[in-house]
Design a protein around this ligand. Structure first.
Ligand code: 5GP
Ligand code: MG
Length: 176
């Protein structure tokens, strides 16, 4: 049998859904009359982005970037590199970066710099989860769902060595 780590439920699907409904209401209000480009950060944010966009009433476009920061296991390598670029021109666009969780802030500050150089009309961040205790570089999260403790989390797009992304809730990994 494949014995995994113990997982402790942190947020139920209902709690996640309520947080997303709140974010969508703010985004609808702030971007009324615009057609923002939602940029999901692969792989983790795809589940959140899929639910968030279906909660929005405004017209949106979607694209993805992928950065690599975490190697296998739970420790960040601290090195950020872009492994998938945008396929949409962002010059003059209202860009909303959509991230699953902000941890050290290194990937987001890298992406804000990368996208900012492409001269978007505006650039904001939306994150489902924030782990503020771990921050190394400051990032401004314009739309934040839930603040979480300094624990390793899985589920709802978040993986542990590619596993558990499909869990509908968010769990703390309690060690092995
Ligand atoms: P940062 O650059 O802010 O340190 O890292 C952000 C990325 O690290 C997130 O998009 C996510 O992919 C990964 N990450 C950070 N904290 C966690 C966590 O608790 N669980 C998982 N599975 N990934 C995390
Ligand atoms: Mg991520």
């Amino acid at each position: 049998m494949c014995q995994g780590p113990r997982l402790r439920l942190l947020f139920t699907p209902g709690e996640i859904d309520r947080a997303i409904a709140g974010l969508a209401a703010q985004i609808d209000r702030d971007y009324g009359g615009e057609q923002p480009l939602l940029v999901g950060i692969l792989k983790g944010a795809f589940v959140f982005l899929a639910d968030l966009m279906r909660r929005l009433s405004i017209p949106v476009e979607v694209d993805f970037v992928r950065v690599a920061s975490y190697g296998p296991g739970m420790e960040s390598s601290g090195q950020i590199r872009l492994v998938q670029r945008l396929s949409t021109p962002v010059r003059g666009r209202h860009v909303l970066l959509v991230e699953d969780i902000v941890d050290t802030g290194l990937s987001l500050s890298f992406l804000v710099d990368y996208l900012g150089r492409k001269r978007p009309a505006s650039l904001r961040l939306c994150a489902l989860l924030d782990k503020p205790e771990r921050r190394v570089v400051p990032v401004t999260i314009h739309y934040l769902g839930l603040t979480v403790p300094d624990k390793f989390l899985v589920g709802y797009g978040l993986d542990w060595d590619e596993r558990y992304r499909n869990l509908p809730g968010i769990y703390v990994v309690e060690g092995d």
